[in-house]
Design a binder for this molecule. Structure first.
Ligand code: AMP
Length: 625
């Protein structure tokens, strides 16, 4: 018996999904299907796109809906037309062998009459975007009084897009005793509120961690000057010759600009955004799906619901205003068990956003260097050479020309031939990159040095007597803890004991990691010190000035996080505390989430600088002995 049959899916449907290549249920299907089939309950499922969630609700519907009746029994609401069409197509394919099943898609931008006609034919399952659905209800073109199952797919996206009121209105036309199944990639407070409002003690299922991107996505960032953003994009594309991906921009005009520039520069790209007509968008999507274009340049809204497997890269040309959107963007890659890379191009000012994203996803982002001209050329050449190596010779096609060609080239050795061939194929590329500049924001690592973090101070029972100095102690603790980045930001080693400043966000992890630690056979003891935390440069290696806790900020010791970095250039305002680091921008009322103003990095304790030297209440280990 097939595993889907064991979960309760009937033979006809199993036959259809087997044709689609579904051999075994995905984890979310494994968890959700039995619950939906056997328990008459509401459901909240947290899952990314690409996990098989459409089938997780679609397959149970094929079993629960009575296809002998001709009224709407299941209503699936989703944020975009693309997703609406995709879900409809999927459910139609699951019900391929159920002759009475009717599934209708309802979405804006197409004839409302045609959709109404479809419904009248007896749709049992309606898949709709909220705006058009409200229209249809208002015009009495659809009756949802007998809906028994309401599915909210990508609920977080629907709220992000401002569909809250439409959802309220639609659901108010459905019976009270229906079941609601909510699927969402993230669980912001607004989605929890919906869950509370429309559901009764829902069954909760989380696939993967909450708010966490898919496991097999690698997150990488490049730090460049704002003016080099486009050139960096080109380098990254050139360095990944087989790339098939989406470049996300923040606005329609930026999307158009980037896409136009890429096309002008010879890349296989096109744009997708709200200024295009539906027909234009369909055309672009068709070409993208067929891989006729390699890069789709898109806004968040236009790209929602894009369900294309095999996307190798998602490139955040600019990060989204709403931090949650990042999850949706990156979730366009690494679908259906594949792996993928999500790239962020940012300038120094935006660096703190990486930390927020890391916190949100619970994942590390890797800093990468924008490839040099040499790197790109090497990669491209190798790609070309591999392509040649794997080319299947079209014997028949070239047969008649070969003798002449052979005659022409007979003087040339193999080595000479290869050189000429490569030169010819490649000279434009080599020329372009001959004097290519380094696009990495100069000293992105310096920038990190200036990245102030909030710290907590700890006492350590190791000191100079243990052959340690500031750098050695810091290194010992950081490498022992195996936490990255090293939690100890600064150390002040005294004769028999020391103080360290530990990044607050990593404090608990560090304490846990150091349990049982030993240094040269001696147990290491670390405990909180009475000193207040500080805002201090991340890469500082000592407490500065050689004088330890020298009282005040005079010399090269602690730098307060005041406006001293303020003037000009990329770096200005980067870490400013008062600024709106990452705000929702468009002021969508409380619907919108806003990040910034100190939210991620905690308070700015220690604004008053260090207190007096060495007056910790802690005692050294040896003192106590
Ligand atoms: P979704 O998360 O619903 O967008 O699904 C992502 C992709 O996985 C789609 O291309 C589905 O056709 C595919 N898929 C869903 N369930 C399975 C399964 N059990 N086995 C193989 N592929 C699946």
């Amino acid at each position: 018996m097939n595993r889907f049959e064991e979960l309760g899916i009937s033979g006809d449907v199993v036959k259809a999904i087997t044709e689609l290549g579904f051999e075994n249920p995905t984890p979310i299907q494994e968890q959700v299907i039995p619950v939906l089939l056997k328990q008459n309950k509401d459901l909240v499922a947290l899952a990314q796109t690409g996990t098989g969630k459409t089938a997780a609700f679609g397959l149970p519907l094929t079993q629960l809906v009575d296809f002998n009746k001709r009224n709407v029994q299941a209503l699936i609401l989703c944020p975009t037309r693309e997703l609406c069409l995709q879900i409809t197509k999927d459910i139609k394919s699951y019900t391929k062998f159920l002759p009475n099943a009717n599934v209708t898609a309802i979405y804006g931008g197409a004839s409302i009459d045609g959709q109404a006609r479809d419904i009248r034919k007896g749709s049992q399952i309606v898949v709709a975007t909220p705006g058009r659905m409200v229209d249809m209800i208002d015009r009495r073109l659809v009756d949802i009084k007998l809906v028994q199952w309401a599915v909210l797919d990508e609920a977080d996206e629907m709220l992000n897009m401002g569909f809250q009121e439409d959802l309220n209105s639609i659901l108010s036309h459905t019976p009270k005793d229906k079941n609601v199944w909510l699927f969402s990639a993230t669980m912001p407070a607004e989605v929890s509120r919906i869950a509370k409002k429309y559901m009764e003690a829902p069954h909760e299922i989380t696939v993967g961690n909450r708010n966490q991107g898919a496991e097999n996505i690698k997150h990488v960032y490049y730090v460049v000057h704002a003016r080099d953003r486009y050139n960096a994009l080109k380098r990254i594309l050139d360095y990944n010759p087989g790339v098939y991906g989406i470049v996300f921009c923040r606005t329609r005009s930026e999307t158009q600009e980037v896409s136009d520039s890429l096309i002008r520069d010879g890349y296989s790209a096109d744009s997708l955004h709200g200024d295009l007509s539906q027909a234009q968008r369909d055309f672009v999507m068709k070409r993208f799906r067929a891989k006729t274009i390699q890069m789709l340049v898109a806004t968040d809204v236009a790209a929602r619901g894009i369900d294309v497997d095999d996307i190798t890269h998602v490139i955040n040309y600019n990060l989204p205003d709403e931090i949650e959107s990042y999850t949706h963007r990156s979730g366009r890659t690494a679908r259906a068990g594949k792996s993928g890379t999500s790239i962020v191009i940012l300038n120094m000012k935006e660096f703190s956003k990486i930390r927020m994203l890391e916190r949100m996803l619970g994942k590390k982002f890797t800093e990468s260097k924008v490839p040099t001209g040499f790197d790109v050329c090497e990669k491209q050449l190798f790609h070309l050479v591999q392509k040649i190596h794997n080319t299947e010779v079209n014997e028949k096609g070239i047969e008649q020309y070969l003798p002449k060609i052979m005659e022409e080239l007979k003087e040339l050795s193999k080595e000479e031939l290869i050189k000429r061939f490569i030169t010819d194929e490649f000279s434009r590329f080599l020329d372009y990159y001959k004097n290519a500049a380094d696009l990495n924001a100069h000293g992105s690592s310096e920038m990190k040095k200036e990245r102030n973090v909030t710290t907590k101070r700890m006492f350590v029972n190791l000191g100079q007597l243990d052959d340690l100095d500031n750098a050695k102690l810091k290194q010992f603790i950081n490498s022992y803890s195996k936490i990255s980045p090293g939690p100890v930001v600064a150390a002040d080693v005294r004769h028999t004991y020391s103080f360290v400043e530990v990044e607050s966000a990593l404090y608990d992890q560090l304490v846990a990691a150091m349990i049982g630690a030993e240094h040269n056979g001696r147990p290491v003891k670390m405990e909180p010190s009475a000193g207040a935390g500080a805002r201090i440069p991340r890469e500082a290696s000592s407490f500065g000035g050689g004088g330890g806790y020298g009282g005040g900020n005079g010399g090269g010791g602690y730098r307060r996080n005041s406006g001293e970095r303020g003037s000009g250039g990329e770096r200005s305002g980067g870490e400013r505390s008062g600024g709106k680091g990452w705000s929702s921008g468009s002021g969508g009322g409380e619907r919108k989430r806003s990040y910034g103003s100190g939210s991620g990095s905690g308070s700015h304790g220690g604004g008053g600088g260090r207190s007096g030297s060495g007056r910790s209440s802690s005692r050294s280990y040896r003192d106590k002995k």
